[in-house]
Ligand binder design. Structure first.
Ligand code: GAL
Length: 975
């Protein structure tokens, strides 16, 4: 937009408002964990002071003589807002300052950091040295011993300065001024907390005469010959040795040798060393070739299927300042959950993370630190990626990523960034990247034309669209040429299955599409971890905070908590589900015929690393078990196998086989015995002989009706006791505390049932008892359950029958009126004494499951306390249902309690608060246990979960339509 003539000309820009990448830094180069040259880590305690604006303080603090002893102390790496100075703030896409690029607001928190250090006594007296910053958010100005070195932007990218001439043996003073906001902030609008600070390592590296300036390893693999080709580009005159391959070659020279290739499943690395006149740098070589061939993404000549996640760097106490243990934990957890790929959303991670990916084996899309999503709000006006003035900064970012990470075999694609719209700057980045590294692919999602990319990538496309893309029948592009090019590209979902709160649903169906259509090469669940920040209530209870909890004027609430891990890295049910859905070994078969088929779904590895077992169970009790001989099938192969003869038994009941694949020996990411895949195959059942018990008759006395073990209120027909156990009668319940996926995202065009259900009043249903009738053997209660202000209703009949010790409830529900929306749940809710805090059940478990998130629920006998049955979603919401429950028991420590059997199986939920209390809670400490009641939901149906908090809603087959239904439960007492 142009300025009107009477407006003042724009004021001169300050260095932190400069759209250029900054000045004074060295050209970027490859990162290596170690070298023979000495290094000094400057991580540790620094002096720190915070100013509210960028220009408030002078720069005298940079002078060696300055006395900073009165300043606070701050841990570096770290974010000052997580160490008691100012506050973190969360926005998804909106910039938390006016969009007026490249200007920053007056309120620009600025942290002065100061560190005095000595060189180690054995530090070489002469020679060059660099001062290296791995990550500073968002703009830094740096002085060493009073001399200004320069400024830089690009928060999650490395920056180095030449400092050899300034270093002295003792008393060096490093001063760093960090501005929270800069021109660079316009390029860093990722959906995450805004966390300023020096949040990654700071190092001084000696650079001896003749040191390695940079190194670029090219290690490819020819699957037709089984040979690897190596060329290491570095200073002329350098030597590279690979002892295991007997290779000794000069830098720039090519050598070929038979090798084992690197893949994410078989991460074979060869130790090598680069030697120059002044330095030795250890290298780890992984030979592999990435390509698009015949419309498919291949590695070493084979199609790969990406079973991925999007990973932000996050720690609940330290934000994006991750320690090595946390990084390793992430990779281990991914591997343990069958994940084989990671997109480093939305910036290059700490470089050590990529070493772990090389070592343990993950395919990586390395993404540039670039997102300008907030320009969407202003019609993309002024979008930096389409404004040539910003292109040098974009190219600088691309170069810093590629140069730093170019030697990692795990990195198979470079991603230009995330959600930047479209523009010439992106094309310039892609061009530069291809030129510099033609051996990897280029990824970007935000441009449907795919003009700059090697893969067609989308986010949150619904199943039916993915199916169309798989059949190459998607909506054509207007530009024919680009359209034809796109049609030839492999397809991935760089984000899908939004794991916010309870969910995501529909994973199984996506996976089937990826397995069916060769063009659909998998995807990356959004996202790995909830970014909830650890806090405590005044009385010391720990919880996780989200947007708005720090008084932000503008924020996006708990949209920042949408991961497969809880903030403390406990796997959520979503991760357990994902592990099952993507398991790399498929076991299916016919338990009755005693046959099973094993399919090796790895892309490269055979099954020799796995040991298989079988077990035969009746009613969840194991009668026999043993090892199962499965041949070491090669990748993609299948075998039809026979199961052992089932044990001879008199036992009646429900029989099943459980077949398991486990690690045969220890790996770098899990111990021997770790389960990789499993299956349950039903076997022929032997029904028990029917027990004919005399029917009990209802008796009325003193305003009560008794029937078998049940006591009822004669006026309302409500069950008040079961034996000597007081209960709050089971009555119809359709409400659930809406999940984030029920609520959906406000921008979703489709119906969002959370708000619709609330609007209808399903959370405040009224129960009118119309009749309490008895016959010789039955007690029937008729009621009408309906919300105010509408004529919609559910006509309910509760029909009770009993024997002396068992009470049976048959529920029949008939909807009245025009129900155009599904129900949240359909079942009964009852209250039992709070002392009944221990649950045992036979059915799906051990974790929660819902209709479209139930792949991981296995039918067995389970036992947990009611407290442990809760899933602690950061924002409380419906959770904790167990699927396919045949029977459940709730008991006191004494053994007294009740047993519930379902006809048919049911969804079992028990919690110490009602759904209404669950819904009202905003954080976990708001959930206060009821002193006297455990609330139990026995559901005939649950509506699916879907992924509508950002993606598609519940698939039609998982909708719980309001339709006539009948179901029953049998209650008995225990102890
Ligand atoms: C995507 C975006 C992610 C995240 C996600 C929703 O559009 O790329 O960064 O915001 O939506 O959680």
């Amino acid at each position: 937009m142009s300025r009107s003539p009477d407006q003042q000309p724009a004021p001169a820009l300050r260095y932190y408002e400069d759209v250029s990448p900054g000045g004074g830094t060295l050209p970027p180069r490859a990162w290596h964990a170690a070298s023979s040259a000495p290094r000094l880590s400057l991580n540790g305690i620094w002096r720190f002071r915070l100013a509210p604006s960028a220009d408030a303080e002078d720069d005298s603090f940079a002078r060696p003589g300055y006395d900073a002893s009165g300043w606070d102390e701050l841990a570096v790496p770290g974010h000052w807002v997580l160490q008691g100075h100012g506050s973190p703030a969360y926005t998804n896409t909106g910039y938390p300052f006016p969009v007026d690029p490249p200007r920053t607001p007056d309120e620009n928190p600025t942290g002065d950091h100061r560190r005095v250090f000595d060189l180690p006594v054995d530090w070489p007296a002469a020679g060059a040295a660099t001062l290296r910053f791995e990550g500073v958010e968002s703009c830094a100005r740096v002085w060493l011993n009073g001399t200004e070195l320069g400024t830089f932007q690009g928060s999650r990218l490395p920056h180095e300065f030449a400092v050899g001439h300034l270093l002295r043996p003792r008393g060096n003073v490093l001063a760093v001024r960090v501005h929270q906001w800069s021109a660079g902030s316009y390029l860093e609008d990722q959906d995450q907390w805004w966390l300023p600070g020096i949040f990654r390592d700071v190092t001084v590296e000696h650079r001896p005469e003749g040191a390695v300036r940079d190194v670029f390893v090219h290690a490819s693999y020819d699957h037709t010959t089984g040979t690897g080709t190596l060329r290491v580009d570095a200073e002329p005159g350098g030597r590279v040795s690979v002892p295991e391959l007997g290779l000794e070659l000069a830098t720039g020279e090519r050598a070929t040798a038979p090798v084992e290739p690197w893949t994410a499943e078989t991460p074979r690395l060869y130790a090598a060393e680069l030697t120059t006149a002044g330095e030795r740098v250890p290298l780890r070589l992984g030979f592999r070739t990435v390509a698009v061939e015949g419309g498919l993404l291949t590695v070493n000549g084979r199609r790969v299927l990406l079973r991925g996640v999007n990973r932000h760097e996050f720690h609940p106490e330290r934000g994006r300042a991750l320690d090595p243990e946390t990084m390793r934990r992430d990779v281990e957890l991914m591997k343990q959950h069958n994940i084989n790929a990671v997109r480093t959303s939305h910036y290059p991670p700490h470089p050590a993370f990529l070493d772990l990916c090389d070592e343990l084996g993950l395919w990586v899309i390395d993404e540039c630190d670039l997102e300008t999503h907030g320009f969407h709000a202003v019609g993309w006006r002024g979008n930096p990626v389409d404004d040539d003035r910003w292109t040098p900064a974009l190219l600088d970012r691309a170069a810093r990523m590629v140069e730093r990470d170019k030697n990692h075999p795990s990195v198979i694609m470079w991603s230009l960034g995330n959600e930047c719209g479209t523009g010439r700057g992106l094309t310039a980045m892609a061009r530069w990247i291809r030129e510099r590294d033609p051996d990897r692919l280029v990824h970007y999602e935000g441009d449907l034309s795919c003009r700059d990319t090697d893969v067609y990538s989308r986010m949150y496309a619904p199943h039916e669209e993915v199916e169309r893309i798989g059949r190459r029948a998607e909506t054509p592009l207007l530009d024919r040429e680009l359209g034809e090019r796109r049609d030839r590209l492999p397809f991935i979902l760089c984000e899908y299955a939004h794991a916010m709160g309870n969910g995501p649903g529909g994973l199984t169906e996506y996976q089937r599409l990826f397995e069916t259509h060769e063009r659909c090469q998998g995807g990356f669940v959004w996202e790995w971890i909830d970014h909830g920040l650890a806090r405590r209530t005044p009385d010391g209870r720990r919880y996780f905070a989200y947007g708005g909890d720090f008084g932000e004027e503008l924020h996006d609430g708990n949209f920042v908590c949408d991961g497969l891990l809880f903030p403390d890295r406990t796997p959520s049910p979503g991760l357990v589900e994902y592990k099952k859905v993507i398991e790399p070994v498929l076991i299916e078969g016919d338990g009755a015929a005693g046959t099973a088929r094993v399919v090796n779904r790895h892309d490269f590895a055979d099954l020799s690393g796995l040991a298989f077992t079988w077990s035969y169970e009746v009613d969840g009790e194991t009668l026999a078990a043993g090892e199962w001989e499965v041949p070491p099938l090669s990748a993609g192969a299948a075998a039809d196998l026979k199961l052992p003869d089932p044990p001879v038994t008199e036992r009646t009941g429900e029989a099943q086989w459980t077949l398991r694949a486990r690690l045969a020996s220890d790996t770098a990411w899990a111990a021997a015995g770790h389960e990789v895949a499993w299956a349950r195959l039903p076997a022929p059942n032997r029904p028990p002989a029917p027990v004919i018990a005399a029917a009990a008759a209802p008796r009325r006395a003193d305003g009560r009706i008794t029937l078998g073990p049940g006591a009822f209120d004669a006026a309302t027909g409500a069950l008040t006791a079961l034996g000597d156990l007081p209960v709050t009668g089971p009555r119809l319940d359709v409400w659930r505390a809406p999940t984030d996926n029920d609520n959906g995202a406000p921008w979703q065009p489709e119906e969002r049932y959370g708000p619709i259900w609330r609007g209808l009043g399903l959370h405040r249903m009224r129960h009118r008892v119309d009749a309490v009738e008895t016959t010789d053997t039955t007690l029937t209660v008729r009621s009408r359950v309906a919300p105010a202000a509408t004529d919609l209703a559910l006509a309910v009949r509760y029909r009770w029958t009993a024997t002396a010790d068992r009470l049976r409830l048959a529920v029949s529900v008939v909807p009245e009126g025009d129900w155009s929306c599904p129900l949240p749940r359909l079942g009964v809710r009852l209250g039992v004494p709070a002392s009944c805090g221990h649950a045992r059940w036979y059915g799906g478990g051990p974790g929660e499951a819902y209709p479209d998130t139930r792949a991981a629920a296995r039918v067995a006998r389970w036992e947990l306390s009611v407290d442990a049955m809760q899933t602690p979603y950061v924002r409380p919401q419906e959770n904790g249902a167990r699927a396919d429950v045949r029977w459940a028991e709730l008991t006191e420590p004494s053994g007294r309690g009740l047993r519930i059997e379902g006809q048919p199986v049911f969804w079992f939920t028990a919690r110490r608060w009602t759904s209404e209390r669950l819904e009202a809670a905003e954080h976990t400490p708001d959930l206060l246990p009821s002193p006297d009641t455990v609330w139990v939901n026995l559901d005939h149906g649950q509506h699916g979960i879907g992924s509508q908090s950002c993606g598609p809603g519940v698939l039609p087959e998982y909708r719980l339509e309001a339709a006539p239904a009948e179901f029953s439960f049998t209650f008995s007492t225990l102890g």
